[in-house]
Design a protein. Structure first.
Length: 85
């Protein structure tokens, strides 16, 4: 299974929703809190092709996007395949 990384902020409802979706599916992930670690935000922006909002979710080297994108993959039945590929 590919590594999942998620850039978050504790004040972000979509971040909590993304983490809940991953947790309910039993998917472990590495979390980077950009509010507590503001020096990591430029890294997130670069990896996310300029996107500045959280969450920013990565599966391996693939930039998934935010919570809506993650949820759309799950609803379409494509998230498991992305994780396994």
């Amino acid at each position: 299974m590919k590594t999942v990384e998620i850039y978050t902020s504790p004040l972000c409802g979509y971040c909590h929703a993304a983490k809940r979706l991953l947790t309910e599916k039993g998917i472990s992930f590495a979390e980077v809190d950009v509010l507590s670690n503001p020096d990591r935000k430029p890294e997130m922006i670069k990896r996310a092709n300029g996107s500045r909002t959280v969450p920013q979710i990565f599966v391996g080297d693939t930039h998934v996007g935010g919570y809506d994108d993650l949820n759309a993959l799950e609803r379409a039945g494509k998230l498991d395949a992305l994780l396994a590929a």
